[in-house]
Design a protein around this ligand. Structure first.
Ligand code: PRP
Ligand code: URA
Length: 215
């Protein structure tokens, strides 16, 4: 049966460049160097959508021609929070967009047999509870890793959490939205389903292994 979830909390980043780059990521013949570059670029594109509602304030600027009033982001503090390892691949793209962001790390791996997430490392900025958290991980499969990361951040007092993934399975989207009533999700694709090993179909395989060239 098709999964049902609230699409008002899900943004699918639809753009020809995104679709083109995603096709290269999916291709099993794409090497680690190009894979890494595209994961970083898609991180930036997703960040663009995930920060679309940031408020602006007036700022007075003198151009070479005259004085004028322009806009700047109005005091939003951001933390980029990669779920290790694969989430690291998206961090630099986000930091190009929001250079002043702090970075918090959540170490999580998925047990090959049970598919349950295991946390092994967490290090956050001291004021994490005052920041908008952009949680990044290329893959949302069962949702177990993202749910554990979001729960950890809620326990730290974080109010505004936005989860940025590149490919999401319907099962994972439903699980994440059901587990946390306020999180918002950004993805470049909603794929068909999970297979019997809880890998996303058609997906792109193991994102961490493809970014870091491991097996
Ligand atoms: C992958 C991926 C997500 C998780 C998704 O990481 O990067 O973190 O699996 O699966 P889930 O939605 O079912 O939890 P993995 O555990 O393989 O670790 P890695 O990043 O170190 O490769
Ligand atoms: N983790 C991945 O890297 N890929 C999947 O398809 C599922 C989990």
């Amino acid at each position: 049966m098709a999964e049902e979830f609230d699409m008002t909390r899900v943004t699918v980043v639809v753009h020809p460049m995104v679709q083109h780059k995603l096709s290269i990521l999916r291709d099993a013949n794409t090497g680690s160097k190009q894979f890494r570059e595209i994961v970083k670029e898609l991180g930036l594109f997703e960040g663009y959508e995930a920060t679309r509602d940031f408020p602006l304030e007036d700022v007075h600027v003198t151009t070479p021609v005259c004085k004028t009033v322009c806009k700047k982001i109005s005091g939003r503090k951001v933390a980029v929070v990669p779920i290790l390892r694969a989430g690291l691949g998206m961090v630099d793209g986000l930091l190009e967009l929001v250079p002043a962001a702090r970075v918090g790390h959540i170490g999580m791996y998925r047990d090959e047999e049970t598919h349950e997430p295991h946390e092994y490392y967490c290090k956050m900025p001291a004021d994490i509870d005052k920041r908008i958290c952009l949680v990044v991980d290329p893959m949302l499969a069962t949702g177990g890793s993202a749910i554990a990361a979001i729960q950890y951040l809620r326990e730290q007092g974080v109010k505004d959490i936005r989860l940025l993934v590149i490919i999401a399975a319907p099962e994972g989207i439903k699980a994440v939205l059901d587990a946390d009533e306020n999180v918002r999700l950004f993805t470049c694709s909603i794929d068909e389903r999970l297979n019997e090993r809880a890998y996303i179909v058609p997906g792109l395989g193991d994102a961490g292994d493809r970014i870091f060239g491991t097996k």
